[in-house]
Design a binder for this molecule. Structure first.
Ligand code: ADP
Length: 725
C-alpha cells in the first residue's frame, strides 16, 4: 500500500553503497532535489541527499518514509552532478564523494559564546578602571577576557561590574563574517610578461563557459600576482560569482590567505582538515548560500556546495599531495577540471614545474599555455651545483659534505639564511640491532619504524603505530644493541647545530609543525631573518618566499630517484627545482648545492643546466614509447585480506574474470611491494590502456563480472595511480 504517498525520494547516503535508496515523501514535506534529509536505514537514522524525485504512481512496494528535512541549504545541481561524475570516474560508489561533500554540512553548530554588554546602569562607585571597562563595552559586546584586555584591567573589575548590574551576560553565536571582497582595490604593478599573461586570462574569462589555462612560470615569476588578477576579474564581472583556490599543503594556506586579504580587503573562507568543525560548518553554509565568494583550501574543498562557481585555481598543480589514495581515491587536479566543466567555469593550473599531463594538454592546445620565464624584478634564478659525494664524502656518521658546510659558513657570515632539505621526517629512517641484524618494523607490517628523537619514539609512518625506543632488541633481547641508520631532518639538524653552534636553527616537518598557525609563526620568523638555518622536509619546499634565503642544500638528491616508479624522475625534478627555487630573491643571488652519488644522472644534469624543456622532452619520449601517461592510461586494483591463501585464490579468480579489451593490458596479480600492512596481505593488478579506451567502463565491467570478494577481502580501484606500493 502506498497510502497518501505521492512521490518517491531517491536518497543518496554517504556510505559505500552501490546506489541511492527509495523513500516515501511524507505529505506536505515538499522536498526538492538537493535537500538534505534524515532517513531510516535498518535500526539507524542516517542523513543523506535527495538526488531525484519520482511519481509514486504504480509503485506498490511499501517504502519507509523520509523522517525529516534538515535545515541546511540544499546541495546545488552542480554539486550533485559533480558527485555523480566523480564516483563514475573513480569507479566507486557515489556515497563516497557525497560523504566528503557533507563533511561540513552536519558538523556541530558553532556554540554560542558569552559576551558582556553595558546595561547603561551606573555602578555603585566609579573608578578610572571601571570607566575604561564601560567605555570599551559601549563600543559593542565583548567576551569577558577580551573586554578585560581591551580596558587593561583584571577580571576582578569586570566581575564586580556584573555583580553591580552595570554589565550583563549575553549569549551570542559569533556572526559568520564573510565580508564582500572588493575587486577594485589596486593590485601589484605587473611587469610586461605578467601583464600579458593577465590580459590573456581576462580574454579567456570574457569568452565565458568552460575554459582552462596553465600558468607555467618559474619560481618567483609572479604566478600568484597573475592569477589574483583573474580572480579580481571574475569577482568584478559577476556579483554572485565564486572562486576556489586549491593548495596542496595546509602549511601554504595562511600565506595565500594573507595575500588575498590584502588584495581584496576581505578574508577568504578557509577549508581543510585543520579547521575546527563549527568553523567548517560556517564556511560550508556560506558557500552554499553564496555569501562566501572566495575559498582557499585543500583538495576536499572541491566538494563544497558552490552556488555559482566561476573560477577554480589549482596552485602547484604538479604536486602529488593532490592525489588522495585512501578511502575515496581521486586526483584533485583532474577533478578540478571536471568540476569546472560541469559548472561551465574557468580553471587555472599554476606551477613552476607542471606535470607532464598538464604540459601535454597545453601542447595539444586544450589549455592556454602562459609562460613566465623570468623572475620578477632584479631577482635571478639560483645557480645549481652538484656535489659529487664520491669525491667529497661526509665523515662517517655525518651527512653534510665539506663543500656544503663551507657554503653554509659563508652564508651565515654574510648574515643570510640556509635551507637544508631532506624529505625524511624524524631522526633516522631505520633502527637495526647490531647483535642479531633485525630491522625494527611495526607489528604485522612490512615497513621500518622511524626513530624520532624529539619525541623519543619509534613511529611507523604507514600505520601510525608508535612505541618508546626500547633498551633491548625486541627480537633477540640484546641490551644497548640498537643503532640508528641513515639520516632524517632531526639528525641533520643535530649535525648543523654542532657545526654552527651560534646559528639559530629550526626544523620544519609535519612533526614539528602540526597546525597552520605554527607554520605561519615559523614562516614569519624565517621571513624576519630570525632563523639562520632551516632544516626542512617538503612541507617547506613549496611556494614560500624568504628574502634572505640564499643557500639551499639538498642533503640527498638521489632519495626520490630510488624505488623508480613511473614518475620518479619527474617527481625528483619537480621537487628539487622547487626547493632550489627557494634560494635567492630580490637583490640577493642564490645558490643550490645538490649532494649526490650519481651526478651523471639525466635528472640531475637537467637540473644543473636548468633545462626543463630538455628534461620534459626526454621524459615524454620515454612515456610515449611505453604508452604510459600522458600517452596512455593506468589503473591499479589493490586487494588486501588477512589470509594469504584466500587472497591468492580470490586474486586468481578476479584475474580470470578480466574482460578482453582492445588496447588494454592487465598485469598481475603480483605481491604488492608493501606486502603486509596491519596484518593484511596485499596484492596488486596494474592496468594499462591506450588513451582512446574508456578505462572506467573497462574497470566497472571487470568489477561487475568478477566474483564478489569474500567478507574479509577488500578491493580498491585506483584510477591513474601515483603510488605503486
Ligand atoms: P610565484 O607564485 O611565481 O612563485 P609570486 O607571485 O609568489 O611568484 O611572486 C614572488 C614574489 O615576487 C612575491 O614576493 C611577490 O609579491 C613579488 N612580486 C611578483 N610580481 C610582482 C609585481 N608585479 N610587483 C611587486 N611584487 C611582485
Amino acid at each position: 500500500m502506498t497510502g497518501a504517498m505521492s512521490r518517491i525520494a531517491q536518497v543518496l547516503l554517504p556510505l559505500p553503497l552501490p546506489e541511492a535508496f527509495d523513500y516515501a515523501e511524507p505529505e506536505g514535506m515538499e522536498l526538492k532535489v538537493g535537500d538534505l534529509v534524515a532517513v531510516p536505514l535498518g535500526p539507524r537514522q542516517v542523513s543523506g541527499a535527495v538526488i531525484g524525485l519520482k511519481d509514486a504512481y504504480g509503485h506498490n512496494r511499501p517504502l519507509k518514509s523520509v523522517l525529516a528535512r534538515h535545515s541546511e541549504p540544499a546541495l546545488p545541481a552542480g554539486a550533485l552532478e559533480f558527485i555523480d561524475w566523480a564516483a563514475r570516474y573513480a569507479v566507486d560508489s557515489p556515497g563516497m564523494p557525497l560523504a566528503i561533500a557533507l563533511r561540513g554540512a552536519r558538523a556541530p553548530k558553532p556554540r554560542p559564546e558569552k559576551v558582556l554588554r553595558a546595561t547603561g546602569a551606573a555602578p555603585a562607585r566609579m573608578t578610572p578602571a571601571r570607566e575604561k571597562v564601560l567605555a570599551a563595552a559601549e563600543a559593542g559586546p565583548l567576551p569577558p577576557a577580551a573586554l578585560a584586555a581591551a580596558a587593561g584591567v583584571s577580571s576582578g573589575v569586570i566581575k564586580a561590574l556584573i555583580d553591580e548590574g552595570a554589565l550583563e551576560v549575553e549569549l551570542r553565536v559569533a556572526a559568520p563574517a564573510f565580508p564582500e571582497p572588493d575587486p577594485r582595490r589596486p593590485g601589484a604593478q605587473l611587469n610586461p610578461s605578467q601583464a600579458a599573461a593577465a590580459a590573456e586570462l581576462r580574454a579567456m574569462l570574457a569568452e565565458g563557459g568552460f575554459q582552462a589555462a596553465l600558468i607555467d612560470g618559474i619560481t618567483g615569476s609572479g604566478k600568484t600576482e597573475v592569477y589574483l588578477e583573474a580572480v579580481a576579474d571574475v569577482l568584478a564581472r559577476d556579483r554572485d560569482a565564486q572562486v576556489l583556490i586549491l593548495l596542496p599543503e595546509i602549511a601554504l594556506t595562511q600565506q595565500v590567505i594573507a595575500r588575498f586579504s590584502e588584495r581584496f580587503g576581505a578574508e577568504p573562507g578557509e577549508w581543510h582538515s585543520g579547521i575546527a568543525s563549527p568553523r567548517r560548518r560556517r564556511v560550508w553554509e556560506a558557500v552554499a548560500t553564496g555569501r562566501c565568494r572566495i575559498v582557499v583550501g585543500a583538495r576536499s574543498a572541491l566538494f563544497l556546495p558552490f552556488r555559482k562557481l566561476a573560477l577554480v585555481v589549482v596552485d602547484e598543480e604538479h604536486d602529488s599531495s593532490y592525489k588522495q589514495d585512501e578511502g575515496f581515491i581521486y586526483h584533485a587536479r583532474d577533478l578540478a577540471v571536471a568540476r569546472a566543466k560541469i559548472e561551465q567555469a574557468a580553471v587555472i593550473l599554476a606551477s613552476a614545474t607542471p606535470s607532464l599531463e598538464s604540459l601535454w594538454n597545453a601542447e595539444q592546445g586544450r589549455y592556454r599555455w602562459l609562460r613566465l620565464t623570468a623572475r620578477h624584478g632584479p631577482a635571478v634564478l639560483p645557480k645549481i651545483e652538484l656535489v659529487d659525494l664520491r669525491a667529497t664524502p661526509p665523515e662517517p656518521g655525518r651527512w653534510l659534505s665539506w663543500p656544503l658546510v663551507q657554503a653554509m659558513g659563508e652564508t651565515f657570515e654574510r648574515g643570510e639564511q640556509s635551507l637544508l632539505f631532506l624529505n625524511r621526517r624524524g631522526y633516522a629512517p631505520l633502527v637495526l640491532c647490531k647483535a642479531c641484524g633485525e630491522r625494527l618494523c611495526a607489528p604485522d607490517t612490512q615497513s621500518w619504524l622511524v626513530e624520532h628523537r624529539y619525541s623519543g619514539r619509534l613511529i611507523c609512518h604507514l600505520t601510525g603505530f608508535s612505541m618508546p625506543r626500547p633498551e633491548r632488541c625486541p627480537h633477540c633481547g640484546a641490551k644497548d644493541s640498537l643503532v640508528s641508520i641513515g639520516p632524517g631532518v632531526e639528525r641533520v639538524a643535530e649535525e648543523a647545530a654542532q657545526l654552527f653552534p651560534e646559528a639559530r636553527l629550526a626544523v620544519f616537518s609535519s612533526d614539528t609543525i602540526q597546525h597552520p598557525e605554527a607554520a605561519r609563526t615559523l614562516i614569519d620568523q624565517m621571513q624576519a631573518g630570525e632563523i639562520d638555518v632551516l632544516v626542512a622536509t617538503q612541507a617547506a619546499a613549496k611556494g614560500h618566499n624568504f628574502p634572505k634565503l640564499t643557500l639551499v642544500g639538498v642533503v640527498d638528491a638521489d632519495l626520490s630517484l630510488r624505488g623508480g616508479d613511473l614518475r620518479a624522475g619527474e617527481r625528483t625534478y619537480q621537487l628539487l627545482a622547487q626547493v632550489s627555487g627557494r634560494a635567492g630573491r630580490a637583490e640577493r643571488p642564490g645558490r643550490a648545492l645538490l649532494q649526490t652519488y650519481c651526478p651523471e644522472h639525466p635528472v640531475l644534469q637537467a637540473l644543473k643546466a636548468q633545462d626543463r624543456d630538455a628534461f620534459v622532452e626526454a621524459e615524454m619520449a620515454e612515456r610515449r614509447l611505453a604508452g604510459l601517461p600522458p600517452y596512455g592510461r593506468l589503473a591499479a586494483v589493490i586487494l588486501s585480506g588477512p589470509d594469504a591463501q584466500a587472497l591468492e585464490a580470490y586474486a586468481r579468480a578476479l584475474a580470470a574474470a578480466a574482460p578482453n579489451g582492445e588496447g588494454v593490458e592487465v598485469y598481475g596479480p603480483a605481491d604488492a611491494p608493501l606486502g603486509l600492512i596491519r596484518g593484511r596481505r596485499r596484492k596488486r593488478f596494474l592496468v594499462r590502456a591506450d588513451r582512446g579506451v574508456d578505462l572506467q567502463a573497462f574497470m566497472s565491467t571487470w568489477r561487475a563480472r568478477g566474483p564478489r570478494p569474500p567478507g574479509a577481502i577488500r578491493v580498491a580501484v585506483d584510477i591513474d595511480p601515483y603510488n605503486f606500493l
